[in-house]
Design a protein around this ligand. Structure first.
Ligand code: AMP
Length: 433
Protein backbone atom coordinates (compact mmCIF):
# COMPACT_ATOMS: atom_id res chain seq x y z
CA UNK A 1 0.00 0.00 0.00
CA UNK A 2 1.21 3.51 -0.79
CA UNK A 3 2.61 5.28 2.28
CA UNK A 4 1.14 8.58 3.38
CA UNK A 5 3.61 11.44 3.53
CA UNK A 6 3.64 14.61 5.61
CA UNK A 7 1.87 17.71 4.28
CA UNK A 8 3.92 19.95 1.96
CA UNK A 9 5.78 22.64 3.90
CA UNK A 10 5.62 20.74 7.23
CA UNK A 11 8.52 18.73 8.59
CA UNK A 12 9.01 15.86 11.03
CA UNK A 13 11.31 16.54 13.96
CA UNK A 14 12.81 13.38 15.44
CA UNK A 15 15.95 11.79 16.86
CA UNK A 16 18.72 14.18 17.88
CA UNK A 17 16.91 17.06 16.19
CA UNK A 18 14.06 16.91 18.67
CA UNK A 19 16.63 17.28 21.48
CA UNK A 20 18.06 20.31 19.65
CA UNK A 21 14.64 21.98 19.65
CA UNK A 22 14.23 21.23 23.38
CA UNK A 23 17.68 22.64 24.09
CA UNK A 24 17.13 25.87 22.11
CA UNK A 25 13.70 26.41 23.61
CA UNK A 26 14.94 25.76 27.15
CA UNK A 27 17.73 28.36 26.80
CA UNK A 28 15.21 30.89 25.45
CA UNK A 29 12.77 30.19 28.24
CA UNK A 30 15.35 30.34 31.03
CA UNK A 31 16.72 33.70 29.83
CA UNK A 32 13.22 35.15 29.37
CA UNK A 33 12.58 34.11 32.99
CA UNK A 34 15.74 35.94 34.11
CA UNK A 35 14.20 39.05 32.53
CA UNK A 36 11.05 38.43 34.63
CA UNK A 37 8.79 37.19 31.81
CA UNK A 38 6.03 34.64 32.43
CA UNK A 39 4.76 32.03 29.99
CA UNK A 40 1.41 32.14 28.15
CA UNK A 41 -0.18 29.52 25.92
CA UNK A 42 -2.88 30.93 23.68
CA UNK A 43 -4.80 28.42 21.53
CA UNK A 44 -3.63 27.55 18.03
CA UNK A 45 -7.14 28.23 16.71
CA UNK A 46 -8.56 31.76 16.81
CA UNK A 47 -11.42 33.56 15.10
CA UNK A 48 -10.02 34.89 11.82
CA UNK A 49 -10.86 38.42 12.88
CA UNK A 50 -8.12 38.32 15.52
CA UNK A 51 -5.59 38.35 12.70
CA UNK A 52 -7.44 40.40 10.07
CA UNK A 53 -7.89 43.16 12.66
CA UNK A 54 -4.65 42.53 14.54
CA UNK A 55 -2.04 41.75 11.89
CA UNK A 56 -3.87 43.95 9.36
CA UNK A 57 -5.74 43.54 6.06
CA UNK A 58 -2.82 44.87 4.02
CA UNK A 59 -0.22 42.40 5.34
CA UNK A 60 0.86 39.50 3.10
CA UNK A 61 0.02 37.18 6.00
CA UNK A 62 -3.67 38.12 6.05
CA UNK A 63 -4.01 38.61 2.29
CA UNK A 64 -2.38 35.38 1.16
CA UNK A 65 -0.93 33.16 3.84
CA UNK A 66 -3.55 32.22 6.42
CA UNK A 67 -4.92 28.72 6.94
CA UNK A 68 -8.53 29.87 7.26
CA UNK A 69 -11.57 27.60 7.17
CA UNK A 70 -15.15 27.38 8.42
CA UNK A 71 -15.54 24.76 11.18
CA UNK A 72 -18.54 22.41 11.28
CA UNK A 73 -20.50 25.10 13.13
CA UNK A 74 -19.78 27.66 10.41
CA UNK A 75 -17.29 29.68 12.49
CA UNK A 76 -14.60 31.50 10.53
CA UNK A 77 -11.39 30.16 12.10
CA UNK A 78 -7.66 30.51 11.42
CA UNK A 79 -4.63 28.50 12.53
CA UNK A 80 -2.46 31.20 14.09
CA UNK A 81 0.06 32.64 11.59
CA UNK A 82 1.85 34.46 14.45
CA UNK A 83 1.44 34.88 18.20
CA UNK A 84 1.22 38.60 18.94
CA UNK A 85 -2.38 39.24 17.86
CA UNK A 86 -3.62 36.12 19.71
CA UNK A 87 -1.77 37.15 22.87
CA UNK A 88 -3.28 40.60 22.66
CA UNK A 89 -6.73 38.98 22.36
CA UNK A 90 -5.90 36.89 25.45
CA UNK A 91 -4.74 39.98 27.39
CA UNK A 92 -7.82 42.01 26.44
CA UNK A 93 -10.33 39.22 27.09
CA UNK A 94 -8.82 38.34 30.49
CA UNK A 95 -8.17 41.99 31.38
CA UNK A 96 -4.56 41.21 32.23
CA UNK A 97 -3.79 44.88 31.59
CA UNK A 98 -5.81 45.85 34.70
CA UNK A 99 -2.79 45.77 37.01
CA UNK A 100 -0.39 48.28 38.48
CA UNK A 101 2.46 46.00 37.49
CA UNK A 102 2.87 47.15 33.89
CA UNK A 103 4.58 46.29 31.66
CA UNK A 104 3.03 42.88 31.46
CA UNK A 105 5.86 40.58 30.38
CA UNK A 106 4.86 37.41 28.57
CA UNK A 107 6.73 34.74 26.61
CA UNK A 108 5.37 32.07 24.28
CA UNK A 109 6.53 29.08 22.32
CA UNK A 110 4.76 26.90 19.77
CA UNK A 111 3.84 26.18 16.16
CA UNK A 112 2.52 28.77 13.69
CA UNK A 113 1.10 28.23 10.20
CA UNK A 114 1.60 30.24 7.02
CA UNK A 115 0.73 29.24 3.48
CA UNK A 116 4.05 30.32 1.97
CA UNK A 117 6.16 28.84 -0.80
CA UNK A 118 8.35 26.26 0.98
CA UNK A 119 12.10 26.80 0.51
CA UNK A 120 15.30 26.84 2.58
CA UNK A 121 14.36 28.16 6.03
CA UNK A 122 10.72 28.62 5.02
CA UNK A 123 8.03 26.20 6.13
CA UNK A 124 4.24 26.19 6.27
CA UNK A 125 4.27 24.95 9.85
CA UNK A 126 7.17 26.23 11.93
CA UNK A 127 7.91 27.06 15.56
CA UNK A 128 8.31 30.43 17.17
CA UNK A 129 9.54 31.55 20.55
CA UNK A 130 8.94 35.16 21.47
CA UNK A 131 8.06 37.74 24.08
CA UNK A 132 5.68 40.67 24.47
CA UNK A 133 6.20 43.49 26.94
CA UNK A 134 2.90 45.34 27.15
CA UNK A 135 1.88 48.65 28.70
CA UNK A 136 5.02 50.77 28.75
CA UNK A 137 5.90 53.19 25.98
CA UNK A 138 9.47 54.05 26.89
CA UNK A 139 12.41 53.59 24.53
CA UNK A 140 14.08 51.61 27.35
CA UNK A 141 11.35 48.98 27.11
CA UNK A 142 12.19 48.50 23.41
CA UNK A 143 15.87 48.30 24.31
CA UNK A 144 15.30 45.71 27.04
CA UNK A 145 13.43 43.47 24.60
CA UNK A 146 16.25 43.76 22.04
CA UNK A 147 18.80 43.07 24.82
CA UNK A 148 16.88 39.95 25.84
CA UNK A 149 16.84 38.61 22.27
CA UNK A 150 20.52 39.42 21.82
CA UNK A 151 21.44 37.69 25.11
CA UNK A 152 19.59 34.56 23.98
CA UNK A 153 21.46 34.44 20.66
CA UNK A 154 24.82 34.98 22.41
CA UNK A 155 24.01 32.27 24.99
CA UNK A 156 23.34 29.83 22.17
CA UNK A 157 26.87 30.56 20.97
CA UNK A 158 26.01 32.72 17.95
CA UNK A 159 28.73 35.33 17.58
CA UNK A 160 28.48 38.25 15.16
CA UNK A 161 24.72 38.52 15.08
CA UNK A 162 23.64 41.49 12.96
CA UNK A 163 20.83 43.57 14.42
CA UNK A 164 19.08 45.66 11.77
CA UNK A 165 17.27 48.59 13.29
CA UNK A 166 14.80 51.15 11.97
CA UNK A 167 11.98 53.36 13.14
CA UNK A 168 8.57 53.66 11.53
CA UNK A 169 7.79 56.67 13.72
CA UNK A 170 4.47 57.59 15.32
CA UNK A 171 1.14 57.94 13.47
CA UNK A 172 1.93 61.43 12.24
CA UNK A 173 5.37 60.41 10.95
CA UNK A 174 3.93 57.43 9.10
CA UNK A 175 1.04 59.47 7.62
CA UNK A 176 3.52 62.01 6.26
CA UNK A 177 5.77 59.26 4.97
CA UNK A 178 2.88 57.37 3.36
CA UNK A 179 1.88 60.55 1.52
CA UNK A 180 5.45 61.04 0.28
CA UNK A 181 5.65 57.42 -0.87
CA UNK A 182 2.34 57.68 -2.71
CA UNK A 183 3.57 60.75 -4.54
CA UNK A 184 6.84 59.04 -5.42
CA UNK A 185 5.32 55.76 -6.59
CA UNK A 186 2.44 57.45 -8.50
CA UNK A 187 4.67 57.66 -11.60
CA UNK A 188 5.97 54.09 -11.28
CA UNK A 189 3.14 51.95 -9.97
CA UNK A 190 1.75 51.11 -13.44
CA UNK A 191 4.97 49.22 -14.18
CA UNK A 192 5.26 47.46 -10.84
CA UNK A 193 4.05 43.99 -9.74
CA UNK A 194 0.42 43.24 -8.89
CA UNK A 195 1.27 42.93 -5.19
CA UNK A 196 2.78 46.40 -5.19
CA UNK A 197 -0.32 47.77 -6.90
CA UNK A 198 -2.50 46.59 -4.03
CA UNK A 199 0.13 47.64 -1.46
CA UNK A 200 0.01 51.11 -3.05
CA UNK A 201 -3.68 51.32 -2.17
CA UNK A 202 -3.60 49.53 1.21
CA UNK A 203 -0.21 50.42 2.74
CA UNK A 204 2.50 51.92 0.50
CA UNK A 205 5.19 51.28 3.16
CA UNK A 206 4.95 47.60 2.28
CA UNK A 207 6.19 48.37 -1.27
CA UNK A 208 9.65 48.90 0.28
CA UNK A 209 9.69 45.20 1.16
CA UNK A 210 9.00 44.00 -2.43
CA UNK A 211 11.39 41.24 -3.55
CA UNK A 212 10.86 41.65 -7.33
CA UNK A 213 14.25 42.81 -8.73
CA UNK A 214 12.74 45.38 -11.20
CA UNK A 215 10.64 46.86 -8.39
CA UNK A 216 13.65 46.96 -6.07
CA UNK A 217 15.42 49.18 -8.63
CA UNK A 218 12.56 51.69 -8.35
CA UNK A 219 12.40 51.36 -4.55
CA UNK A 220 16.08 52.36 -4.31
CA UNK A 221 15.21 55.98 -5.12
CA UNK A 222 12.13 56.18 -2.85
CA UNK A 223 12.16 58.79 -0.06
CA UNK A 224 13.38 57.50 3.30
CA UNK A 225 11.48 57.60 6.59
CA UNK A 226 14.20 59.62 8.35
CA UNK A 227 13.04 62.83 6.65
CA UNK A 228 9.42 62.42 7.76
CA UNK A 229 9.80 61.68 11.46
CA UNK A 230 8.21 63.97 14.02
CA UNK A 231 10.56 65.48 16.58
CA UNK A 232 9.24 63.09 19.25
CA UNK A 233 9.87 59.98 17.10
CA UNK A 234 13.33 61.21 16.15
CA UNK A 235 14.26 61.70 19.83
CA UNK A 236 12.77 58.36 20.81
CA UNK A 237 14.83 56.59 18.15
CA UNK A 238 17.97 58.40 19.33
CA UNK A 239 17.27 57.19 22.87
CA UNK A 240 17.00 53.60 21.61
CA UNK A 241 20.33 53.88 19.79
CA UNK A 242 22.11 55.55 22.73
CA UNK A 243 20.95 52.84 25.13
CA UNK A 244 21.95 50.01 22.76
CA UNK A 245 25.40 51.57 22.41
CA UNK A 246 25.72 51.94 26.19
CA UNK A 247 24.88 48.24 26.58
CA UNK A 248 27.45 47.34 23.89
CA UNK A 249 24.78 45.81 21.69
CA UNK A 250 25.88 46.25 18.07
CA UNK A 251 23.28 47.33 15.49
CA UNK A 252 23.08 48.82 12.04
CA UNK A 253 20.41 51.18 10.77
CA UNK A 254 18.45 49.85 7.79
CA UNK A 255 15.93 52.38 6.52
CA UNK A 256 14.34 49.83 4.18
CA UNK A 257 13.25 47.68 7.13
CA UNK A 258 9.46 48.01 7.36
CA UNK A 259 8.41 44.53 8.64
CA UNK A 260 5.57 42.50 7.19
CA UNK A 261 2.97 43.05 9.88
CA UNK A 262 0.83 46.18 9.87
CA UNK A 263 0.75 46.79 13.61
CA UNK A 264 4.28 48.09 14.02
CA UNK A 265 5.18 51.68 14.90
CA UNK A 266 8.37 53.39 16.16
CA UNK A 267 11.24 50.89 16.71
CA UNK A 268 11.48 47.81 14.44
CA UNK A 269 14.34 45.33 14.25
CA UNK A 270 15.55 42.05 12.76
CA UNK A 271 18.27 39.59 13.80
CA UNK A 272 20.43 38.12 11.05
CA UNK A 273 23.13 35.49 11.26
CA UNK A 274 25.16 33.83 8.52
CA UNK A 275 26.36 30.37 9.49
CA UNK A 276 29.99 29.41 8.85
CA UNK A 277 28.88 27.41 5.80
CA UNK A 278 27.72 30.74 4.33
CA UNK A 279 24.15 29.47 4.20
CA UNK A 280 21.62 32.30 4.59
CA UNK A 281 18.32 31.14 6.09
CA UNK A 282 16.86 34.68 6.30
CA UNK A 283 16.21 36.56 9.53
CA UNK A 284 16.43 34.32 12.62
CA UNK A 285 14.17 36.68 14.53
CA UNK A 286 12.37 39.98 14.31
CA UNK A 287 10.12 42.32 16.18
CA UNK A 288 9.17 45.83 17.08
CA UNK A 289 6.99 48.28 18.94
CA UNK A 290 3.26 48.50 18.39
CA UNK A 291 1.02 51.36 19.48
CA UNK A 292 -2.56 50.51 18.52
CA UNK A 293 -2.75 46.72 18.37
CA UNK A 294 -4.54 46.30 21.69
CA UNK A 295 -7.07 48.98 20.74
CA UNK A 296 -7.71 47.27 17.38
CA UNK A 297 -8.73 44.20 19.39
CA UNK A 298 -11.17 46.10 21.59
CA UNK A 299 -8.85 46.84 24.54
CA UNK A 300 -7.42 50.08 25.92
CA UNK A 301 -4.76 51.99 24.02
CA UNK A 302 -1.72 50.32 25.57
CA UNK A 303 1.47 50.05 23.53
CA UNK A 304 3.80 47.08 23.54
CA UNK A 305 6.99 45.70 22.10
CA UNK A 306 7.98 42.15 21.27
CA UNK A 307 10.10 39.84 19.15
CA UNK A 308 9.77 36.42 17.69
CA UNK A 309 12.48 33.87 16.86
CA UNK A 310 12.10 31.21 14.17
CA UNK A 311 13.28 28.05 15.95
CA UNK A 312 13.84 26.09 12.69
CA UNK A 313 16.25 28.73 11.41
CA UNK A 314 18.10 28.94 14.72
CA UNK A 315 18.49 25.14 14.93
CA UNK A 316 19.77 25.16 11.32
CA UNK A 317 22.50 27.75 11.96
CA UNK A 318 23.53 26.08 15.24
CA UNK A 319 23.78 22.75 13.45
CA UNK A 320 25.84 24.25 10.61
CA UNK A 321 28.22 25.80 13.12
CA UNK A 322 28.59 22.63 15.20
CA UNK A 323 26.99 24.24 18.25
CA UNK A 324 24.60 21.38 19.02
CA UNK A 325 25.31 18.21 21.01
CA UNK A 326 23.44 15.08 19.96
CA UNK A 327 21.98 13.97 23.30
CA UNK A 328 20.13 11.15 21.55
CA UNK A 329 23.24 9.02 21.66
CA UNK A 330 24.02 9.41 25.33
CA UNK A 331 23.23 6.86 27.98
CA UNK A 332 24.58 6.51 31.51
CA UNK A 333 23.85 2.83 32.04
CA UNK A 334 22.72 -0.12 29.94
CA UNK A 335 21.29 -2.94 32.04
CA UNK A 336 21.98 -6.49 30.90
CA UNK A 337 20.04 -9.33 32.56
CA UNK A 338 21.84 -12.57 31.75
CA UNK A 339 18.86 -14.89 32.14
CA UNK A 340 15.06 -15.01 32.39
CA UNK A 341 15.15 -15.21 36.21
CA UNK A 342 17.15 -12.01 36.52
CA UNK A 343 14.76 -9.84 34.52
CA UNK A 344 12.63 -8.62 37.43
CA UNK A 345 15.67 -7.82 39.58
CA UNK A 346 17.22 -5.99 36.61
CA UNK A 347 14.08 -3.89 36.24
CA UNK A 348 14.28 -3.00 39.95
CA UNK A 349 17.89 -1.87 39.41
CA UNK A 350 16.78 0.26 36.44
CA UNK A 351 14.02 1.93 38.47
CA UNK A 352 16.46 2.63 41.32
CA UNK A 353 19.04 4.20 39.02
CA UNK A 354 16.46 6.36 37.27
CA UNK A 355 14.28 7.42 40.19
CA UNK A 356 16.81 7.73 43.01
CA UNK A 357 19.98 8.29 41.00
CA UNK A 358 18.57 10.51 38.22
CA UNK A 359 20.51 8.50 35.64
CA UNK A 360 19.52 7.91 32.02
CA UNK A 361 19.11 4.17 31.86
CA UNK A 362 18.02 1.67 29.23
CA UNK A 363 17.66 -2.09 29.52
CA UNK A 364 17.86 -5.11 27.25
CA UNK A 365 14.48 -6.85 27.03
CA UNK A 366 15.45 -9.55 24.52
CA UNK A 367 16.91 -12.99 25.08
CA UNK A 368 20.21 -12.47 23.32
CA UNK A 369 23.90 -13.28 23.68
CA UNK A 370 26.02 -11.20 26.05
CA UNK A 371 28.17 -10.08 23.11
CA UNK A 372 25.09 -8.61 21.42
CA UNK A 373 24.15 -6.80 24.58
CA UNK A 374 27.57 -5.17 24.76
CA UNK A 375 27.23 -4.13 21.11
CA UNK A 376 23.89 -2.50 21.87
CA UNK A 377 25.30 -0.75 24.93
CA UNK A 378 28.06 0.72 22.83
CA UNK A 379 25.69 1.74 19.98
CA UNK A 380 23.54 3.56 22.51
CA UNK A 381 26.59 5.45 23.83
CA UNK A 382 26.35 3.91 27.32
CA UNK A 383 29.07 4.79 29.82
CA UNK A 384 28.42 1.71 31.97
CA UNK A 385 27.12 -1.79 31.42
CA UNK A 386 25.23 -3.03 34.47
CA UNK A 387 25.39 -6.81 34.30
CA UNK A 388 22.92 -8.87 36.31
CA UNK A 389 23.59 -12.63 36.53
CA UNK A 390 22.25 -15.32 38.84
CA UNK A 391 24.90 -14.73 41.53
CA UNK A 392 24.40 -10.97 41.52
CA UNK A 393 20.61 -11.22 41.75
CA UNK A 394 20.97 -13.59 44.71
CA UNK A 395 23.34 -11.18 46.51
CA UNK A 396 21.52 -7.93 45.78
CA UNK A 397 24.43 -6.74 43.68
CA UNK A 398 25.42 -6.04 40.04
CA UNK A 399 28.61 -6.01 37.99
CA UNK A 400 29.37 -2.44 36.98
CA UNK A 401 31.56 -2.23 33.89
CA UNK A 402 33.07 1.03 32.67
CA UNK A 403 32.83 0.62 28.90
CA UNK A 404 35.61 3.10 28.15
CA UNK A 405 38.26 1.56 30.45
CA UNK A 406 36.78 -1.98 30.48
CA UNK A 407 37.32 -2.02 34.29
CA UNK A 408 34.62 -3.85 36.20
CA UNK A 409 33.67 -4.59 39.78
CA UNK A 410 30.85 -6.15 41.73
CA UNK A 411 28.85 -3.52 43.60
CA UNK A 412 26.14 -3.95 46.22
CA UNK A 413 22.84 -2.32 45.26
CA UNK A 414 22.96 0.00 48.27
CA UNK A 415 26.30 1.41 47.01
CA UNK A 416 25.65 1.63 43.30
CA UNK A 417 24.36 5.23 43.21
CA UNK A 418 27.32 6.48 45.30
CA UNK A 419 29.69 4.68 42.91
CA UNK A 420 28.10 6.24 39.84
CA UNK A 421 27.90 9.70 41.48
CA UNK A 422 31.58 9.50 42.29
CA UNK A 423 32.44 8.68 38.69
CA UNK A 424 30.22 11.33 37.07
CA UNK A 425 31.27 14.05 39.57
CA UNK A 426 34.94 13.43 38.84
CA UNK A 427 34.19 13.52 35.10
CA UNK A 428 32.45 16.87 35.48
CA UNK A 429 35.44 18.23 37.41
CA UNK A 430 37.70 17.08 34.56
CA UNK A 431 35.66 18.94 31.92
CA UNK A 432 35.61 22.11 34.06
CA UNK A 433 39.41 22.17 34.37
P1 AMP B 1 7.62 37.27 11.68
O1 AMP B 1 6.53 36.75 12.59
O2 AMP B 1 7.23 37.25 10.23
O3 AMP B 1 8.19 38.55 12.16
O4 AMP B 1 8.80 36.19 11.78
C1 AMP B 1 9.57 36.00 12.92
C2 AMP B 1 10.59 34.93 12.65
O5 AMP B 1 9.95 33.70 12.35
C3 AMP B 1 11.45 35.20 11.41
O6 AMP B 1 12.54 36.03 11.72
C4 AMP B 1 11.90 33.81 11.04
O7 AMP B 1 13.01 33.42 11.83
C5 AMP B 1 10.71 32.96 11.42
N1 AMP B 1 9.88 32.66 10.22
C6 AMP B 1 9.02 33.47 9.59
N2 AMP B 1 8.42 32.82 8.59
C7 AMP B 1 8.93 31.56 8.57
C8 AMP B 1 8.69 30.39 7.76
N3 AMP B 1 7.79 30.38 6.79
N4 AMP B 1 9.39 29.27 8.05
C9 AMP B 1 10.30 29.24 9.06
N5 AMP B 1 10.55 30.30 9.86
C10 AMP B 1 9.87 31.45 9.61
Amino acid sequence: MEIIKNVKGTHDIFGGESNSYDYVESIMKSIAELYAYNGVRPPVLEYSQVFSRGVGESSDIVRKEMYTFPDKGGRDLTLRPEFTAGIMRLVVQNKLYATNELPLKLYYNGPVFRYERPQLGRYRQFNQFGVESIGNNSAMNDVEVIALAYTILCSLGLEDVTIKLNTLGDDESRNNYRKALKEFFANHIENMCEDCKSRYELNPLRILDCKVPEDQEIVKDAPSIGNYLTEASKLRFEDVQDALSALHIPYEIDESLVRGLDYYSETVFEFHYKSKTGQDYGAVGAGGHYGKLMMELGGPELPGVGFSFGIERIVSVLKDDGLLVDKNNELDCYIMPLGENERLFAEEVAVLLRNSGGYRVDMCFDKTKVGNMFKRASNKGAKFAVIVGEEEAKNDSVVLKNLATQEQETVKLENIIDKLDEFFDSQEEETQK
